[in-house]
Design a protein around this ligand. Structure first.
Ligand SMILES: Nc1ncnc2c1ncn2[C@@H]1O[C@H](COP(=O)(O)OP(=O)(O)O)[C@@H](O)[C@H]1O
Ligand SMILES: [Mg+2]
Length: 633
């Protein structure tokens, strides 16, 4: 007994150390399984097979390239398999009868396969990158197109930061899967099988010894995956959190500064940042433990190889007809690292695969959102409209049973100018956005030129509307691109004409670069009035049949207001005009004034008729009128 222990002492020590670690790992794992964590509810709930099927859809167009890559990969594996054998052969050469020519030959072959393998690896990387970029842009395009088709309500429900992550990060992960993970997975699996085969041919006994370590690698890997999945999820949740917070708060930075909330916001941000830091540290910790563990197994197996190999060589042990020579030991020494490396990365690759699947699931969850407002199958194309609008007992609620519009009915003839008046929250904006079918109504009917808007293709409906809102959105670019927007066959002359029509020409011609003047993000290098004039020009250029102005004249100085009043007068000739304005002076000349209160029409008629009624409008008017008199005096 003592003799046996003494003989195998080094091996027993190695086994004991590995066994101890394995036990510790198992206990840690059991502890983790008991301890359920917050955020677990965000776990994946679509089976891998479903995701793989949907992802394959993106890879199929590139199947020829993938097959090419497979063959290139076979070449690059040859190096992994042949080099240990060649080095072993050189060892034999040195031991037996040394001839310089033989050495040259072997070194030459070694260099040859190394070069071939490097070229193959390079080619593979290049082709993969190309495919990856194509797949990436395809996914991004799909997601973006889909987001464009969502209704306002659906968009309101998803934070912008989250959408940004869906269009940027998640597709990246999927493309990484195609370009890196999948190929490495396949390559590693083939290397493992190949190396195993080569080792078996060399020596059964030593291969068996190496295989003894495999169950431990598998055990460590399985446990590691449990930990790593958790830390990955923490990192990804924390990242989404921080993105969402950033995109919201960077847009609202001015408000933060005005209300002196920098400190508070900074604290909030710090908290999120700390959370991300901690999650990333945890991830490093988990990987920091796993890698040395597998390294320990690797070193352990090498120690055992030296012991058994040298012992077998010295004692000339024979096993199933194979003896161990020094070349075998050298080749095995190299094969072991070729064997453990892929096993270790295999585990990490599997994990990254899971991450990509999680990214894919998130993308698919966006792609699976069924657009709420869609064309009906028999919807018609509408090339021209006269601009007649009718609401027939329209009921509408954003949230179930909280009616915002309660039985609204009115009729607008083509080319009429109609104003909507009423206190904030009475439903003016809602009415205007229903006409463009940004939302679908629950009860009643909205007719354009006598046709129910649900029977008209949405795109063909919206192209007849020009909306001018209080909050003008300018894109970064230049003045021309902001006026022209989507039309591409517009001459400068037409643009200038539109600008002149709305009195925007005078300020544009004073700009250093005229139409080419750069517009910064959201147009913050222009005043509110200038932005408003640009948005008018934008609308006029597209010659809409119905123009919608929602408090477009609210925060504008008197000088610009005169310009705007003037252009409004001219715009009346273009088509039907719907105006919401708080200043009653702006709408006095409207053909019809509709007074709303709590989602119902309480009065309607023209200015004179409403004044005669001596109702709510009369009240509002006298109030504003006296206020103005007071200001003037
Ligand atoms: N996207 C929305 N989701 C839920 N409720 C909304 C939404 N937009 C407006 N509302 C509610 O609908 C009512 C009418 O709003 P709105 O039409 O914007 O009023 P107005 O333009 O007359 O000031 C308000 O009570 C408002 O709170
Ligand atoms: Mg409004």
């Amino acid at each position: 007994m003592v003799e046996f222990v003494m003989e195998y002492l080094p091996v027993i020590i190695v086994a004991a150390i590995i066994g101890a670690f394995a036990l510790a790992f198992i206990f840690a794992w059991i502890a983790l399984r008991k301890h359920k964590e917050e955020g677990d509810d965000r776990e994946r709930n679509v089976p891998d097979s479903v995701i793989i099927k949907r992802l394959a859809h993106y890879a199929i167009p590139h199947w020829k390239s993938f097959i090419g890559i497979f063959f290139i990969m076979l070449f690059s594996i040859i190096y992994d398999l042949l080099s240990p054998l060649l080095v072993g052969d050189i060892q034999n050469l040195i031991k037996d009868k040394f001839a310089l020519e033989d050495l040259f030959l072997r070194v030459g072959i070694y260099a040859g396969i190394l070069v071939v393998s490097l070229i193959c690896t390079y080619l593979q990387a290049m082709i993969l990158q190309k495919i990856g970029q194509k797949i990436l842009s395809q996914i991004r395009l799909d997601v973006f197109t889909h987001i464009e088709s969502l209704s306002h309500e659906q968009l309101n429900n998803i934070p912008v930061g989250k959408l940004v992550t869906r269009v940027t990060n998640d597709p990246n992960r999927i493309s990484f899967m195609f370009t890196n993970i999948l190929v490495t997975l396949i390559k590693n699996s083939m290397v493992i099988v190949g190396v195993l085969g080569a080792m078996l041919v060399l020596n059964y006994a030593l291969t068996l010894m190496v295989l003894c370590f495999v169950p431990f690698v598998v055990l460590f890997t399985v446990i590691f995956r449990q930990f790593s999945r958790r830390v990955h999820r923490q990192v990804s949740n924390a990242t989404t959190d921080i993105n969402t917070y950033l995109s919201e708060n960077l847009s609202g930075m001015k408000i933060t500064q005005i209300f002196n909330q920098e400190g508070q916001k900074l604290d909030d941000f710090m908290a999120r940042s700390q959370k991300l830091k901690k999650a990333k540290q945890n991830r490093m910790f988990v990987f920091g433990i796993f890698r040395p563990m597998v390294y320990m197994l690797f070193v352990g197996s090498q120690l055992c190889l030296f012991y058994f190999g040298a012992k077998g060589h010295i004692q000339n042990t024979e096993f199933l007809g194979q003896v161990i020579d020094s070349a075998t030991v050298v080749s095995f020494y190299m094969f072991i690292s070729r064997f453990f490396n892929p096993i270790q990365t295999l585990a990490e690759q599997f994990d990254m695969l899971q991450q990509s699947f999680a990214g894919a699931e998130k993308i698919f969850s966006i792609l699976d959102l069924v657009p709420e407002v869609v064309d009906e199958p028999d919807a018609i194309e509408l090339d021209e409209i006269k601009g007649e609008i009718e609401f027939k007992d329209v009921w509408f609620a954003y949230k179930p049973d909280e009616w915002v519009l309660k039985g609204v009915s009115f009729h607008i003839s083509p080319k009429q100018t109609v104003a909507f008046v009423g206190s904030t929250g009475s439903g003016k904006t809602t009415i205007l956005s229903l006409i463009c079918r940004n939302y679908d109504i629950q009860k009643g009917q909205i007719l354009i030129d006598g046709i129910d808007i649900k029977k008209i293709k949405i795109a063909s409906l919206r192209k007849h509307f020009g909306q001018m809102l209080q909050d003008v959105f300018l894109f970064s670019g230049d003045i021309r691109s902001n006026i022209v927007l989507r039309k591409d066959d517009v001459t400068d002359e037409e643009v200038w004409q539109a600008c002149k029509y709305v009195n925007a020409d005078s300020f544009i011609s004073k700009l250093e670069k005229g139409l080419d003047e750069p517009v910064r993000e959201r147009g913050n290098n222009f005043s509110a009035g200038q932005r408003q004039l640009l948005s008018f020009a934008r609308t006029i250029l597209h010659k809409p049949s119905v123009m919608i102005l929602d408090e477009a004249t609210a925060n504008i100085d008197t000088e610009t207001e005169i310009l705007i009043q003037d252009s409004l007068e001219k715009m009346k000739n273009i088509g039907t005009m719907l105006i919401v304005a708080h200043r009653l002076s702006t709408i006095q000349h409207a053909d019809n004034i509709i007074l709303l209160s709590h989602g119902q029409i309480i009065e309607q008629g023209n200015h004179q008729e409403l004044l005669k009624l001596k109702g709510r409008y009369h009240q509002l008017y006298t109030l504003q009128f006296t206020k103005q008199q007071l200001q003037n005096s």
